[in-house]
Design a protein around this ligand. Sequence first.
Ligand SMILES: [Zn+2]
Length: 102
Amino acid sequence: MTEPKLVMVKRYECPTCSYRRSAKKSVADHMARCWENPANKACRTCRHFQPSVFGPPIDGPSVEERCGRGLLFELSEITGNQKLHTDCELWEPNQDQESDQS
Ligand SMILES: [Zn+2]
C-alpha cells in the first residue's frame, strides 16, 4: 500500500452554533439548550443582552455579561461561569434577527 486511505465521517451540526457530534440525538439535545438558538429565548439572542467587555489587559476593569433588563445571572457551581437565562419572559429578538426576518 502506498496511498493513505480516504475516510468520510458523518457529523451532525447545530445550525446556530458550531457544535458537532456524530450522534443526531446529541445535537438535538444540545439545540434545546443552545444559547445561540433564538427558539430557546436565551440571553445571547436577546436585544437586552449586554456582552462582556474587557478592559486593558493589565489591571483595567472588565464587565461580565449582563441583562439590560436587570435580571441577575447565577454562577454555575460546576464551572464558576455565569449561567445565562433560557426561555426568558423578557426575551426579545435582537436587531440582527429582526433584519433577517424582513
Ligand atoms: Zn448550538
